[in-house]
Design a protein. Structure first.
Length: 599
């Protein structure tokens, strides 16, 4: 199957071309229409127009405001009353004038249907007073020698009563090789005209002239003044401005000014190949610009990610430094709170006189005991617990504040990280909104590629942000679990830590007393030191369990931020790789389009 596909592809797209201009043009058409470039319907229609033009006379558009004498000009130019004239706007529909051995009229209807009639019926289709809504355009065929070299299109103008007809004129102008603007000499260069001239395609301006008709109505000085003004006013729209008289031309008067018109038309007839080549270059440039535009669109999202990553890396460094400083403060708070508790316990220790009885030695002292008094340390558990827990407000407030501060710190971290993600989200969604409804401004551009760009833009969240959002949410959960562990083991556990510590010290004091009484020589009395009490409280408050996570070079927050940063960079790298793969396709097409040249 693959071999058959390759064979068919070569048959369609790898063909040889004849030498000469037509062969070069066919080579260009085959190149620009390759499937990988996804040519639009409008581009193919433009190529078909150029192909038709290569075998037919070039088309010159006759444009002007109504009653400017377009039909009279054409009749004078062709030396025959082909078009009707009158005081009312008569060219209701765009009317092509082409060569044929015999006169004939073709009516193209909006539904695509062709209808051929006798030329005598033309008047029924050119008067704007008639309802011609179903007619798209007309074609007059005439046996005129000039029409062998040039075809004309007489337009209803760019200010037709019908928007549809005006739009039809604009579309037809895209098929014209040159343009002749007709204006009455005593009404030339008015504002109403200038508004219309802005609608003329730029591609026509180098092959466009303005003709000021009815020069026979003015004196030589008046003509000179009008031409001076018109040349200044029309300079951005036409290559030249000429004064003519259709009336004098019909009278075969050499002063009609039509010599300049025939010279202009000869130039157009002889530059058809240049026009085709120039238009082909415009098509090629349009395709290049399309790919360049899409590369720039992809560069934009790539740039968003690059700038975000650079900015985020700096932000992560700042946050690590700030968070670690605060972590040390919280860790120091545990130590200080433990010291406060230890001081309270230490101050509750009391020296207590105790005594035990020891059997006297010697024969005479048999069954005789002596009382031995000593002083030991004791701790009243109920008393100290009542002070530190049951009747206490001090430590309740201290540890509530610790938990509140720690909770606020957790919220601060979450808010900072959420702000980082939200910034990326905003930039990405702004990009999405900018391009998900993108429409081509140049009809020659590819509909399919524009659809791909719109689809890509509409999916940026799922393509790029979804994984990053999942990462951030997972990290948020890890952060919450860590703080929850601190809350449970420090804030919520402080009363239990006090109980365990007090019981441990009291029991140790009691046990040492019993051991001492059993064998004073083998056992010594236990006297709790403040540092020992403090150490016990620290252990029970999980101080040493959290030491590596709150201080040092590998704190929890350092590892947390480093992990988030590394995983974010990994996802961003994955995103950039995907974007670069898309860019490579457009870049490859752009390079291939840029390398094409005419022999």
């Amino acid at each position: 199957m693959l071999k058959e596909f390759i064979k068919e592809y070569k048959r369609v797209y790898q063909i040889s071309f004849d030498d000469g201009f037509l062969g070069e043009f066919e080579r260009f058409c085959a190149f620009i229409c390759e499937p990988k470039f996804h040519p639009s319907k409008e581009l193919i229609e433009r190529l078909n127009f150029l192909s038709l033009l290569s075998h037919e006379p070039p088309l010159v558009a006759i444009v002007g405001q109504f009653s400017s004498g377009k039909s009279s000009f054409l009749n004078a130019l062709l030396g025959a009353d082909i078009l009707p004239t009158g005081v009312v706007p008569v060219t209701a529909k765009p009317t092509f004038i082409k060569y044929a051995p015999n006169y004939m009229l073709k009516i193209l209807h909006n539904d695509g249907r062709d209808e051929y009639k006798n030329i005598d019926e033309l008047s029924a289709f050119v008067d704007q007073r008639h309802a011609l809504k179903d007619v798209k355009n007309l074609t007059i065929y005439a046996p005129n020698e000039l029409l062998k070299k040039i075809s004309f299109i007489d337009t209803p103008g760019l200010n037709s009563r019908s928007d549809a007809d005006t739009n039809e004129t604009k579309m037809i102008l895209k098929e014209a090789v040159a343009l002749i603007w007709i204006s009455l000499i005593d009404n030339a260069a008015r504002k109403s005209e200038l508004d219309e001239l802005t609608l003329i395609p730029n591609s026509l301006k180098q092959n466009a002239i303005a003709l000021l008709n009815q020069k026979d109505k003015l004196s030589s000085d008046e003509i000179t003044r009008v031409l001076t003004h018109a040349n200044l006013t029309y300079s951005n729209y036409f290559s030249s401005v000429e004064a003519i008289s259709a009336k004098l031309q019909r009278e075969n008067n050499s002063d009609s000014g039509f010599e300049a018109v025939f010279k202009f038309l000869d130039k157009i007839a002889n530059t058809k190949e240049d026009f085709i080549k120039a238009t082909s270059q415009e098509i090629l440039l349009s395709s290049q610009n399309q790919n360049l535009n899409f590369i720039n669109i992809l560069d934009e999202i790539s740039d968003i990610f690059t700038k975000f990553q650079n900015k985020t890396n700096l932000k992560f460094s700042e946050l690590k430094e700030s968070y670690n400083s605060k972590f040390e403060i919280f860790f120091e708070a545990i130590k200080q709170n433990a010291a406060l508790i230890a001081n309270e316990i230490n101050s509750a220790l009391k020296n207590q006189k105790s005594a035990y009885y020891k059997e006297k030695t010697g024969f005479l002292n048999k069954n005789s005991f002596e009382k031995i008094e000593y002083e030991r340390v004791s701790l009243d558990i109920d008393e100290i617990l009542a002070k530190l827990i049951y009747n206490d407000e001090k430590f309740t407030k201290i540890f509530k504040k610790f938990k509140r501060d720690l909770s606020e710190f957790q919220s601060e971290i979450l808010a900072d990280l959420q702000a980082i993600f939200d910034e990326l989200k905003e930039l990405t969604l702004r990009y999405k909104a900018k391009y998900e409804s993108l429409r081509k401004s140049d009809p020659l551009h590819s509909d399919l590629i524009f659809a791909d760009i719109r689809k890509f833009s509409s999916e940026v969240y799922s393509l790029f942000l979804s994984d990053i959002e999942t990462l951030f949410l997972a990290k948020f959960s890890n952060l919450e679990l860590f703080f929850e562990r601190v809350f449970i083991k420090v804030s919520a556990n402080y009363q239990n830590a006090i109980r365990l510590s007090v019981n441990f010290i009291a029991q140790k004091c009691e046990k040492s007393s019993k051991d001492y009484e059993s064998d004073p020589l083998a056992f010594s009395l236990y006297y709790p030191r403040l540092s020992e009490i403090n150490e016990r409280i620290l252990n029970e408050l999980s101080y040493y369990e959290f030491e590596s996570e709150f201080t040092g070079n590998s704190t929890f927050i350092t590892k947390f931020i480093n992990s988030l940063q590394a995983q974010t960079e990994q996802l961003m790298g994955k995103n950039q790789t995907y974007i670069n793969s898309l860019k490579a396709k457009y870049k490859g097409d752009l390079d291939e389009l840029s390398s094409f040249s005419w022999s």
